[in-house]
Write a protein that binds this ligand. Structure first.
Ligand code: ADP
Ligand code: MG
Length: 214
């Protein structure tokens, strides 16, 4: 197996960077990455590319890797080398700032009508790049499902409050379920509840997106 794999992954300067559930991701010499479907998966590079391009053209934020090229066989995109939630948790660096930025970014994805589909477990899929939060792996994303990015990430924050910043766990306990009620109302369709949630856990309020002329 090794004998077969080694020449394959070194071919044309490609290096295997990581494996996902649906695809293999290779690093190219120039620093870009190529995502290739695993033989046993339904992963569609075309689908992921379309979602990424939609994001690229509709958001002023950098929320996802830039797409360079794609076809039915692979997707070539920007490599995101920033630390993942997993790495930050491991180093004890998942602080208030990162958590708040991450929730705001999820809110923006909701606003754009894109459901990532795998942010309930943000460990590998959410990267903190300075002031930007970049989501990777839109392979199972949908523009048809109702977006649940914010509620998924917020639930992660509530269940991991003990390993996030000091004082958060106390806020969560003393809220007496109020935070869950806020999330429920957001889910029912009241977007303002997201800001109530951010405020209640101690995030500085982001600037609300203003509509045309606003
Ligand atoms: N744009 C990227 N930049 C850096 N690493 C990436 C990028 N895309 C994927 N990876 C790496 O490859 C892994 C698998 O990619 P992912 O898109 O999650 O595949 P799958 O759809 O199979 O789950 C990721 O966990 C990450 O480590
Ligand atoms: Mg993945």
């Amino acid at each position: 197996m090794r004998m077969w794999l080694k020449p394959f992954v070194d071919l044309d300067g490609l290096r295997l960077l990581d494996r996902g559930t649906d695809a293999l991701v290779f690093l190219e010499r120039g620093g870009t990455v190529i995502k290739v479907p695993r033989l046993d998966s339904n992963y569609s590079p075309l689908h992921e590319a379309r979602v990424l391009l939609r994001l690229q053209y509709t958001s002023r934020r950098r929320l996802a890797p830039r797409v360079f090229s794609y076809n039915p066989y692979y997707l070539r995109m920007e490599r995101i080398a920033c630390p993942s939630v997993d790495q930050l948790l491991e180093q004890g660096h998942m602080d208030r700032r990162s958590v708040c930025l991450m929730l705001e970014a999820a809110l923006e994805l909701d606003r754009l009508g894109i459901d990532h589909g795998e942010v309930a477990r943000p460990h590998k899929h959410v990267r903190i790049c300075g002031e930007d939060v970049v989501f990777i792996d839109f392979g199972r994303a949908s523009t048809r499902r109702r977006p649940r990015n914010f509620t998924s990430l917020a639930s992660f924050v509530l269940t991991h409050s003990h390993v996030l910043w000091k004082g958060l766990e106390n806020r969560v306990w003393s809220s007496g379920g109020e935070l869950l009620g806020i999330l429920r109302n957001y889910k029912k369709g009241d977007p303002g509840q997201a800001y109530a949630f951010l405020e209640a856990i101690g995030c500085p309020l982001p600037e609300k997106e203003s509509g045309p002329g606003g």
